[in-house]
Design a binder for this molecule. Structure first.
Ligand code: 8DG
Ligand code: MG
Ligand code: MG
Length: 139
């Protein structure tokens, strides 16, 4: 309700990699609407980062991941949003358990659809926490 002060939350997101491409989908959300983002979501009580990443990717895309690896963490403030938010975002990377799997859009109210994008031809606009992370990594 309105009387509960906001708190930081933990997001876990995954660079699902296939050859030279990465899986992205256009968000449908009050935060980052219509920008391209990684699959991922909220860390649940008791989960490891890797368990959360695998669960969120499975829920959102149907894809089964191989072993996920930790990449980095960023601190993201969304204070200008209608509902201000603060996420500590854990970035993982993983490949598919079986490379022939095809992503499905299992949460169409949250995403326009998933596709593979070449690393040197990423779609625009990227969700800004992802953009910030990609820019830092390749500077
Ligand atoms: P859930 O109910 O399934 O747990 O949550 P969700 O609906 O899947 O959450 P989400 O918005 O997809 O992810 C949680 C937060 O993680 C998001 O609001 C902000 C943060 N986040 C980033 N970068 C990215 C990103 O590239 N993709 C996603 N999905 N979330 C990101 O900072
Ligand atoms: Mg989710
Ligand atoms: Mg999500």
């Amino acid at each position: 309700s309105n009387t509960v002060p906001p708190v930081p939350r933990v997001g876990v997101v995954v660079f699902v990699l296939k050859g030279k491409s990465v899986l992205l989908g256009r968000r449908r959300s009050s935060i980052g609407d219509s920008t391209f983002a990684l699959p991922g979501g909220h860390l649940e009580f008791g989960e490891s980062f890797e368990e959360c990443g695998a669960r969120e990717v499975k829920e959102e895309t149907g894809l089964e991941l191989g072993k996920a690896e930790y990449l980095t963490v960023t601190n993201n403030l969304f204070l200008e949003e209608p509902k201000p938010a603060h996420y500590v975002t854990i970035f993982l990377r993983a490949v598919l358990a079986d490379p022939n799997q095809v992503p499905q859009n299992l949460e169409p109210h949250k995403c326009d659809g998933w596709d593979w994008y070449d690393w040197d031809k990423l779609p625009q606009p990227l969700f800004w926490p992802l953009d910030k992370m990609v820019v830092i990594s390749f500077c």
